[in-house]
Design a protein around this ligand. Structure first.
Ligand code: SF4
Length: 489
């Protein structure tokens, strides 16, 4: 394990966390499969036993120290943790086999694959900040004062310009905390000819992001408010020596540095964000967990993707600096991870799709006001005429008729070419209204799918009585429409 850690080219933090998992595996081997303590002795059987054991691990199993997890001891571990416990030995054996340290007795990708049941539980779950809380945090960031952030040990190291620039970079930049802490002096560029001292709304401000976790340096447009806050800090930033960029090793003028020391990455999570939450009156944790530096990135990405005129996935990918919009096993938190459709957008799309509307149909209804005002309607004279196209249905409870879309032309039926219909249409006291009726699947098919569907509906209803009493078969010799069109009628 030590040899692997010394040889691997993975990032330092990744190697350190992998070391913890490998130590845990060592304890499990010592307890369950001592023959596997030598990696060369691992077989597919040991792999299978390990995968099964991981699936049953609980918090505290085979850990070195349990001080920090006292509260959760014995609880089941999360699917993401199971995935990590399998990902590390996969990498370890893949590397060891590749480097010729032990024989290729199994394929680590297959023998130590994450079970499908575990994978299914791991999905995009961007921890966006609620809209109202986000708006309050933005307000707090824009009005941040020195006293809002507690001094460390009674000494105030950071000026208000630095604190405000850092807060707005977090709130508007959509950057990872590592990128924020490694920004360089001069990272803001304005569209040519812009005078920073003049406040204009239509200016474009660009932010140069340094080399990052998944790619090379890139430039992104940001809100001018952020550009102005950084320009303000740069104007008072004391002259300092160049400092080493921890990722590239270059000597660079780091933007957020004071007294030749970089502002600690933890400052954002442990001091500035809690201070912003206090000023904004927002709890430091919500249903999705603590408000940390990464949550602003998820929130901004989600808002840009769900805006009225949203960014496309590829535009968002470029803005976030992702190598690919798709998730991979190496980069599970890619653009798709952040660009989750919000419930509001989904609700609008659902309404626009008209699932409910497709089950209804609107038809015109003529109302004979004369029949109502003269009291004739009370004596049984029709006063409502549902327009069926070829004629009118005078049945008051038309929606309850089983034959609405394949009218059987019962006693309530008035053909349009009849004298009665023509007299009705010539009346002055007519009110035209629209009425929505619910359709069954067969009826909807009859409306949208044509003659065959109508035939099917007619056949099905042939022995169903009409509101007037007789069934269609009793009223007339039943002739399907298909037969009429082929000359059968
Ligand atoms: S069958 Fe009779 S009640 Fe039904 S729609 Fe036709 S006319 Fe109206």
């Amino acid at each position: 394990m030590q040899r692997w850690e010394a040889t691997s080219t993975l990032a330092f933090s990744t190697r350190r966390s992998a070391r913890g998992v490998l130590l845990k595996i060592g304890r499990w081997l010592a307890s369950e499969h001592p023959e596997g303590l030598e990696p060369a002795n691992w077989t597919r059987e040991i792999c299978a036993a390990y995968v099964a054991a991981v699936d049953r691990f609980h918090v505290g199993a085979f850990t070195g120290t349990q001080n920090a997890i006292q509260q959760r001891l014995g609880q089941p571990i999360s699917a993401a943790t199971k995935q990590a416990y399998l990902c590390v030995p996969r990498q370890f054996f893949r590397d060891g086999q590749e480097w010729g340290w032990f024989p290729r007795r199994f394929d680590p990708g297959r023998a130590l694959a994450t079970p499908r049941s575990v994978k299914a539980l791991i999905g995009p779950r961007p921890r966006v900040i609620d809209d109202a809380a986000c708006a309050k945090l933005l307000w707090a960031g824009l009005h941040l004062e020195t006293d809002d952030v507690p001094a460390s040990g009674g000494t105030r190291f950071y000026s208000v310009e630095l604190i405000r620039a850092l807060a707005l970079t977090w709130l508007f930049g959509g950057l990872r905390s590592d990128e924020i802490s490694r920004l360089r002096v001069g990272c803001i560029r304005w569209q040519p000819d812009h005078d920073v001292s003049k406040v204009k709304d239509d200016v474009i401000c660009f932010l140069d992001v340094p080399v990052h976790k998944t790619g090379t340096p890139f430039t992104k447009p940001v809100d001018p408010l952020l550009g102005r806050a950084i320009a303000e800090w740069e104007s008072v930033r004391p002259v300092q020596p160049l400092l080493a960029d921890p990722r590239t090793g270059e000597l660079v003028p780091l933007l957020f540095a004071v007294r030749a020391k970089r502002v600690a990455k933890a400052y954002l999570n442990l001091a500035l964000i809690p201070a912003l939450c206090r000023k904004a009156g927002v709890p430091e944790a919500d249903a999705r967990g603590r408000i940390t530096s990464h949550r602003a990135r998820s929130t901004i990405a989600s808002q840009l993707y769900n805006a009225k005129e949203p960014m496309t996935l590829f535009e968002l990918q470029a803005w976030l600096g992702h190598r690919s919009p798709q998730s991979t096993h190496r980069s599970p938190q890619s653009t798709q991870y952040y660009a989750r459709i919000t419930p509001t957008t989904l609700a609008k799309a659902y309404n626009d799709a008209g699932y409910f509307a497709r089950t209804t149909r609107t038809i015109e209804v003529l109302m004979d006001r004369e029949a109502v005002t003269t009291g004739a309607a009370a004596n049984g004279t029709p006063w409502q005429y549902f327009d069926l196209g070829h004629g009118y249905c005078t049945f008051s409870f038309f929606e309850q008729c089983p034959h609405p879309m394949a009218c059987a032309r019962c006693d309530f039926y008035v053909p349009k070419d009849s004298t009665k219909a023509q007299l009705l249409e010539a009346k002055e006291n007519l009110t035209r209204m629209m009425a929505e009726i619910q359709l069954t699947d067969d009826e909807r098919a009859a409306v949208t799918d044509g003659a065959t569907a109508v035939d099917h509906l007619l056949e099905r209803l042939a022995d169903v009585p009409t509101p007037a009493g007789p069934t269609p078969r009793q009223m007339t010799t039943f002739v399907p429409i298909g037969d009429l069109t082929t000359g059968g009628g």
